[in-house]
Design a protein around this ligand. Structure first.
Ligand code: NAD
Length: 482
């Protein structure tokens, strides 16, 4: 099968924070890969804008090094040179006047204009204000904003209001890179492109759904930020809730940004509050050379969680009775993100008690090894009677798709191309983000009021024992993190 790369319209993309970690690790190497694929038109212009005083050449050296380290894919020096010929740099101060006139003079009429805010959220308002004040943003210009989008409902509302002073909602692209993953979109194709699953996609047939996002890394150099945030704000409020929405939403009438986002919003609004006994928080312990959470964030009394697990329900006709279990944590056994839709057992086993208990599970794996598998029960081959065994059926068909599967764009690059195309389907709308905070705020306020102290858990484990008990009490089991 031959990959179909459809070039986007020529654009001027300004990356504020163009020297930062995110820009050099993800955004610029991603754009380079789009260049290699032929999706980026020759007239495209990429402007790095940040606080450092750098010449174009010095900046190109930074980008060259970033591509060498993070660009992956095979390429030649001339590929890099060609890409770099579209890259320039400006020293711009979000809080002052430096660089804005120069940025305006670089803008070309008739090209898509996009501005990526890859800077601290405290600067989002300043950037929006400056782009307006210097008459750089036009009616159809787009801005891309990174997470975190606020730290609670109040701050998210304030941020939405600040951006809304200068940009309409259809110009604002709130990025959640989980939505850009190939498998997440494949999940929608599997759900809404097949007759097979949708009739079974409800509480009558689905026993429970579990969503796990496990990391092996600790807080690293982000300790200061992380200790103010924690797993609930950093992961659940955005990534895990977005995944939950895509799994649980009703079929939208069409694959169109507002139709999809309206359905996701309904899911968030139907989420039950989380009971305190359905919530487990943890902090990782020291492991050999690696410090424990409190030492890593340099706060010996920290009550911030590096792990959270919870059980919730969605109060609507489709899902009443099917629990949703969510968990995420740092320093876990393996780096693994997956959603498991676990179906109920057959109502009666004709194979007798020796056949054991078997359940179909649709597993959507986001990392590593993106893919979708369906666990089906079959007869164990060979003599010896009717013994049943569960085997995974690969629904990703990487082999059938051939090299396409390998050259599929990574999340960031796909999302940036969507920005240029003006397609907001995979971006969060302002009301969605606010609704997500409305659900998480009372959970956080609850444990703050109770002075809840997170439970310690071993690094390299599956989290605190209580998290295992959360499912065990219901006669269920987490899938192994591997
Ligand atoms: P960083 O600290 O590495 O880079 C910050 C950038 O902002 C630098 O280029 C700096 O020059 C620029 N900057 C700072 N003050 C400025 C000013 N007054 N005017 C103009 N530019 C200024 O940060 P980062 O890790 O790249 O993160 C950027 C954004 O992306 C943040 O909102 C962060 O929360 C978000 N984010 C980062 C990651 C990641 O993996 N790094 C992941 C998700 C979200």
């Amino acid at each position: 099968m031959v990959s179909r790369v459809i070039p986007v319209d020529p654009f001027d993309l300004t990356i504020f924070g163009g020297t930062g970690d995110l820009a050099t690790r993800k955004i610029l190497p991603g754009l380079f890969r789009r260049h290699l694929s032929g999706q980026m038109p020759h007239e495209a212009q990429i402007i790095g804008a940040a606080r450092s005083e750098l010449s174009d050449e010095e900046y190109r050296d930074i980008v060259r090094a970033a591509i060498a380290e993070f660009g992956a894919i095979d390429h030649s020096d001339s590929d890099v040179d060609e890409f770099l010929s579209r890259v320039s740099y400006l020293h711009v101060d979000a809080k002052g006047s430096a660089g804005w006139a120069a940025l305006k003079s670089k803008m070309r009429d008739g090209y898509v204009r996009a501005f990526y805010f890859s800077v601290a959220p405290a600067l989002f308002g300043d950037l929006a204000e400056r782009l307006h004040e210097h008459d750089i943003a036009q009616r159809d210009s787009r801005i891309v904003v990174e997470k975190p989008f606020g730290k609670d409902l109040e701050t998210a509302r304030a941020l939405n209001a600040t951006l809304a002073k200068h940009f309409r909602e259809d110009q604002i692209y709130r990025i959640d890179h989980y939505l850009g993953k190939e498998t997440v979109q494949n999940l929608m194709a599997v759900r809404f492109g097949n007759m097979l699953f949708e009739p079974l996609w409800n509480a009558q047939f689905i026993d429970h759904i579990q969503i796990t996002v496990a990391e092996t890394v600790g807080v690293g150099g982000r300790g200061g930020y992380y200790d103010q945030s924690g797993a609930m704000r950093d992961m659940v409020q955005n990534h895990l809730m977005q995944l939950l929405c895509l799994i649980a939403m009703e079929p939208p009438s069409k694959f169109d940004p507002d139709a999809v986002r309206d359905e996701k919003l309904k899911v968030i609004r139907a989420l039950d509050p989380v009971e305190p006994h359905h919530l487990v928080r943890g902090q990782y312990s020291a492991d050999g050379e690696q410090p424990d959470y409190r030492s890593a964030v340099d706060n010996p009394r920290s009550r911030t969680e590096s792990f959270v697990a919870l059980k919730t329900h969605i109060s609507n006709w489709r899902w009443a009775g099917t629990p949703f279990y969510l968990r995420t944590g740092k320093r876990m056994r393996a780096r693994s993100s997956e959603i498991a839709v676990v179906f109920k057992e057959t109502p009666h086993s004709i194979f007798g008690p020796d056949a054991g208990s078997h359940r179909n599970a649709l597993v959507i794996r986001l990392q590593p090894d993106e893919g979708i598998t369906l666990d089906v029960t079959i007869k164990e081959p060979g003599p010896g009677g009717m013994r049943l065994v569960d085997v995974p059926l690969d629904m990703t068909f990487a082999e059938a798709l051939g090299p396409d599967a390998e050259t599929a764009p990574e999340a960031y690059e796909r999302l940036i191309m969507d920005v240029i195309r003006g397609n907001q389907t995979l971006f969060m709308r302002g009301d969605e983000v606010e609704a997500a905070w409305s659900w998480t705020d009372p959970i956080i306020q609850g444990w703050e009021a109770r002075n809840d102290v997170p439970k310690p858990y071993d690094s390299g484990s599956s989290g605190p024992e209580d998290a295992l008990m959360l499912l065990h009490r219901d006669g269920r089991k987490w899938r192994e993190i591997r």
